[in-house]
Design a protein around this ligand. Structure first.
Ligand code: PEP
Length: 254
């Protein structure tokens, strides 16, 4: 049984005051979460504050991005070892916003995955198709291609040390959620793709769903056999909503 992972991607949101409140509320509510693993990924400047607020709680810390490099003359970049030092367990890699807005391609994503692993971080590798690609009937080609590219560059072993998040681009921040059946179909497709290389890795890899997951649709999504958690954007900015999703993870894991 794969333990559900409910991870909040706060994106570029928050002020010191709002982040302090959100962290305190998540920590206060997390005591009631029994089966799901809960993680939050605040913007870089809040990581230290978050590490302090989460200390002694069950809530894990993650970052939203990292450099391919471990240190050096890379102005504006943040290295994996820095994230590890500040208490991060997770780091999101290859989010569709970074692929679309910052030109991150599969080769760069593979380098970031390697950098995360080298720093002792667990990457959450995001994959997903756009609406246009889905409507063209290219979902499997796109998502399969994103998975295959990592296997080709880094080997199937890369999946032994990461989490996958299937995030249909058309569902991110749009209020449109993949139906549980649609999401399950893609999650099973991803798992089969991994199983073609390693059945044990396919069986243990957590595949999270991301894309307008909220308290009202979480239980049905998380109850699908190949959906092992959620990467939550908008709903993660409201502690009660985020915690309700983690509770749904608990219920689905019963
Ligand atoms: C995301 O960007 O990772 C995400 C899932 O966002 P939202 O939940 O807001 O769709």
């Amino acid at each position: 049984m794969r333990q559900p992972l409910i991870a909040g991607n706060w994106k570029m949101n928050g002020t010191k005051a709002s982040v302090e409140r959100l962290l305190a509320d998540v920590v206060a509510g997390a005591g009631a979460i029994q089966r799901s693993e809960v993680a939050v990924c605040p913007p870089y400047p809040f990581l230290q504050m978050a590490a302090q607020a989460l200390a002694g709680s069950s809530v894990r810390l993650g970052a939203q991005n990292l450099s391919t490099e471990a240190s050096g003359a890379f102005t504006g970049e943040v290295a994996g070892p820095m994230l590890a030092e500040f208490g991060c367990k997770y780091v999101i890699v290859g989010h569709s916003e970074r692929r679309a807005m910052y030109g991150e391609d599969d080769a760069l994503v593979a380098k970031k995955l390697a950098a995360a692993h080298a720093a002792g971080l667990t990457a959450i590798l995001c994959v997903g198709e756009t609406l246009e690609e889905r409507e063209r009937g290219d979902m499997e080609k796109v998502v399969g291609g994103q998975i295959d590219a990592i296997i080709q560059i880094s080997g199937i072993g890369a999946f032994d040390v990461l989490e996958v998040a299937y995030e249909p681009v058309w569902a991110i921040g749009t209020g449109k959620t993949a139906t549980p059946a649609q999401a399950q179909e893609v999650h099973a497709f991803i798992r089969n793709r991994l199983a073609g290389h390693s059945a044990p890795i396919a069986a243990k890899t957590r595949i999270l769903y991301g894309g307008s997951m909220k308290a009202s649709n979480a239980l049905e999504l998380l109850s699908q056999p190949d959906i092992d958690g959620g990467l939550i954007g908008g709903a993660a900015l409201v502690a009660a909503d985020f915690l309700a999703i983690a509770k749904a993870g608990d219920t689905a894991a019963q």
